[in-house]
Design a protein around this ligand. Structure first.
Ligand SMILES: NC(=O)c1ccc[n+]([C@@H]2O[C@H](COP(=O)([O-])OP(=O)(O)OC[C@H]3O[C@@H](n4cnc5c(N)ncnc54)[C@H](O)[C@@H]3O)[C@@H](O)[C@H]2O)c1
Length: 321
């Protein structure tokens, strides 16, 4: 199949492209290059377009038809929770308008296969430590809201004009499948910690009084290569007849505390580093781990890599930056 990967020059999108290509698909990247890195694309074709632009729907429709695209994996979005709190209008414009433009273009081009990059941020701050996809979504920041609205739009389109779609709710994505595809955004715990260590600064831990065994927050860390493979599995699912719109958690099902992650990083880096224990951040849930039964049962997908693999690949990639 020929798949358009929006956000293809991004950290996760570029891994998805590699996974598609090694599964025998042809990928085209679409990206506005606002945070994309062209070196991640190698020989893969790049179409430069801002999907949130008011003219994007008609421009994209033309691209889909001219390039005979068979399906879309939509990852292009702004992803900073803090920025979304500070600039909600911008986040809604970027993340929601992009989905509307994409759906309009797909409908008009007669394209019906879509995999959407959603997030565990849609759950908000659940009062269970392990969430399944039927758990009520109550996002606690504009970023999570835009992802939930994206899911609603796609669900409505799947009913209205038979769009075949899957939404993947990613948990905490980390690691690197290839050093040149590393996460350069320094926005999540592992890149933040590696960056602080390389600059000989202390690594901050936000809160050590959470109701967890060691007092630090627990999250479900998923290797980006495992996540990329989940997109190929989702596409295979959509290629079978009469597959209803589905939402899948993508995680390992195992939670790791911040202190456990720092211990894993210490082993990989091979040296001690300073840790600064600070106050809780508002809006952080104590523990958030994916129930991965549905994706295992329906897509036959499960994570292969563990926390050590994630930290080691992220460290190796950080050395080559
Ligand atoms: N990284 C994570 O831990 C995580 C967790 C959950 C969900 N997600 C989602 O995964 C997706 C990819 O995230 P990432 O970590 O690779 O981020 P990234 O910033 O590396 O990649 C996003 C890409 O989309 C492009 N882009 C952004 N807005 C665009 C627009 N309007 N039009 C065209 N291109 C645009 C950027 O230039 C960038 O290349 C996002 O939708 C994000 O919300 C990420």
């Amino acid at each position: 199949m020929k798949i358009l990967v929006t956000g293809g020059a991004g950290y996760i999108g570029s891994h998805v492209i590699r996974a598609l290509e090694s599964a025998g698909h042809k990928a085209i990247a679409l990206d506005d290059m606002s945070s994309g890195v062209s070196l991640r694309l190698g020989e893969t074709e790049l179409v430069q377009l801002d999907l949130a632009d008011s003219q994007a729907a008609s421009k994209l429709e033309k691209i889909l038809v001219e390039k005979a695209v068979d399906g879309v994996i939509h990852l292009a979005a702004r992803k900073s929770v803090a920025e979304s709190v500070a600039r909600p209008e911008y986040y809604y414009r970027q993340n929601v308008d992009s989905v509307i433009n994409l759906l309009e273009a797909m409908k008009n081009a007669g394209l019906s296969k879509l995999v959407f990059s959603s997030s565990a941020a849609t759950y908000g701050s659940p009062d269970v430590s392990r969430v399944d996809e039927d758990y009520i979504c109550q996002p606690i920041n504009p970023y999570g809201e835009t992802k939930l609205i994206g899911e609603w739009l796609i669900s409505a389109a799947s009913k209205a004009w038979k769009l075949d779609a899957v939404a993947l709710r990613y948990f905490n994505v980390a690691g690197a499948g290839f050093p040149e595809l590393a996460d350069t955004s320094v926005a999540n715990l592992i890149p933040i910690a590696l960056n602080a260590i390389s600059e000989n600064k202390p690594v901050q831990v936000f809160g050590t009084d959470w109701p967890t065994p060691d007092g630090s927050c627990i999250r479900d860390y998923i290797h980006v290569s495992d996540l990329a493979d989940a997109h190929v599995a989702a596409l295979n699912y959509l290629n079978q007849d009469d597959r209803p719109y589905q939402i899948f958690n993508v995680g390992t099902g195992t939670g790791s505390s911040v202190l456990e992650v720092l211990a894993a990083i210490k082993i990989v880096v091979g040296k001690d580093f300073a840790v600064e224990l600070t106050d809780r951040r508002p809006g952080d849930p104590a523990a958030l781990t994916a129930d991965v039964s549905r994706i295992g049962k329906i897509l036959g997908w499960q994570a292969k890599y563990d926390l050590h693999d994630i930290c080691e690949s992220a460290y190796r990639a950080s050395l080559s930056q």
